[in-house]
Design a protein around this ligand. Sequence first.
Ligand code: GLA
Length: 695
Amino acid sequence: MHYRKKFGRIALLSVGVSMIALAAHAFEATTPPEPPAFPAEAKVTYVARDSILEFKALPGYSEPDWVSEKFEKAGKLPPLKDRLPEEPLVYKAANMPDGIGVYGDTLRHVIGGRPEGWNYMAGQSQGWGGIDIGLSECLTRTAPLFQVNAEDTEPLPNLAKSWEWSKDGHKLTMHLVKGAKWSDGHPFTADDVMFYWEDAVLDPNVSPLGGGASPEAFGGGTTLVKIDDYTVEWTFKEAFPRQYLYTMAYPSFCPGPAHVLKPKHPKYSDNSYDQFKNAFPPEYMNMPVMGAWVPVEYRPDDIIVMRRNPYYWKVDEKGQQLPYLDEVHYKLSTWADRDVQAVAGSGDISNLEQPENFVAALKRAAEPDAPARLAFGPRLIGYNLLMNFSANGWGNPDEREQAVRELNRNPEFRKAVTSALDRKAIGDSLVKGPFTAIYPGGLSSGTSFYDRNSTVYYPYDLEAAKAALEKIGLVDTDSDGIVNFPAGTAGGANVEIVVLVNNGYTTDKSLAEGLVGQMAKLGIRVVINALDSNQRDAAHYSGRFDWAVRRNTTELSSVVQNTEQLAPVGPRTSWNHRAPEGKDVDIMPFEAEMAELVNRFITSQDNAERAELMKKYQKVYTENLYTIGLTEYPGALIINKRFSNVPAGTPIYMFNWAEDSIMRERMWVAADRQGKYELYPEQLPGKPGDGGPMN
Ligand code: GLA
């Protein structure tokens, strides 16, 4: 009896031990825990797509009195009617949260980026924070769709005011807004559209800002031709690929002014591509734009000032030419300062996106005399760890880097890394409370396409992670706490991995530092390469990284925008796996599966099928760890209370950033609440290249 009991206990014990041993070699795969409920999410009032805007001629038009008095009557500007299109874009009053507005005041942004120049088409950054979004008008527009029910919708018209499909669905005819002009008065026509298509999208040496405007983003074999000055015609290999209407929105089809860009483009000049790219430095003022405000002053590390575009082609139902606001500022500071200034009232707007600032901002916004409103949206801000999957030369890796690429491609290695991440601790290190959620990677839990049951999550399990490294031959041969490559690979050196990080954001740096600490426990040394945003982008696009900590872009938060970036469907659509010049992507089988699902999604017409395809996509993505999720959380829009026409519940990021979603051109400030912030009152933009505004 006594013996049997003892024996039984030993037997039980050994079963226990072998279960632990087993667990050490296999990763548990489950679904991620339910994210903490976040009650503060602001509600959106949903509207019909057609209720936002229309194109039509109105009986009469008006503009601020000082423009007609000082400019038009003095012969410095043609009559307003001749500056507007035959049928301007008209914002409907019923869709305006506070109705038709009045002129005046300034919108004061604060940003952390710095402008490289004005050549958006050649990929120069203007410093982000809403600058390029405001300057660029695109064929279609998607940002305001956050307020339209997702089913059966398509992008809003913009520079393309209407379109029809041929019967067989292979041809799409687009009508451009007729008689619209650039901010210097030059007509906007199909030539601008064709120049953008032929000499930016199709020219492999030119990549427009945002990185999505590669030919395959519009479908392999797609062509575009000019029919007449205001008509262009697309031909697609697939029938009815409506998805590409989203690619024609920001950031991928926002044409630049051909009349100033073309003479500098290498195809039409002696310039090199570099000279073309840099032909419009930040000091070059009054760059012609289709947007509502034109840059008239730039002071390095201080401010960019913009004044109203007297040729803007959008009006309200009363015929008042937009924008309502006469001036826009971009103070050149830091992203964290944007939050601080917006809650303090010395700035007007911020996307509260760095959790480190949440608590202080919430506190200040809750005070009765708070100058700004703060409203959280869905959990759409996410971060991933990207592993460079190219083993055939993207970014010209040296021996160590090549060895890291091989590791990155090894599924056991990726499972080890993901299982060594304590995501609860990562989230809490940014902010405590119900904000952050366990994010295994893949589609954001805030999108309508998200399905938790199709999401594979490998929970935190450091022991299993260590055992997996050993299994793939990564052992600490020199007992310094860091595992070594097998002898024969990279000289058997320590496994040291460089992670590319944007140093403009506290959050990016906190996440990278957390990663360094957690990987050290696994026996991997991670070294941070923190660069400013422009340099970071350059390093990323050219493939010069082992790993990268990266804030998600819109393909993961909207799915329908920049969809091709969800997988390596072309040589340069993926963020972690691109082709080196002259070669193909060395795609892995699971990535090929993802690409095939994405291609089917793009051409599918059936909403139920599209939802199913995204479930499969999510499964393949998260099971195979296409990227390693770090954390996700909601962001909040902070906006000064004096502004009217800010739609309730505007998410800071969905199809695009809030700066686009709120439609700044129709925001206004009641006369008795207007501030005295204008630096160039009663002045308009001058000639392109001139030093500043015209008096
Ligand atoms: C930066 C900011 C975002 C947003 C975008 C707009 O990325 O971090 O909040 O303002 O610019 O492009």
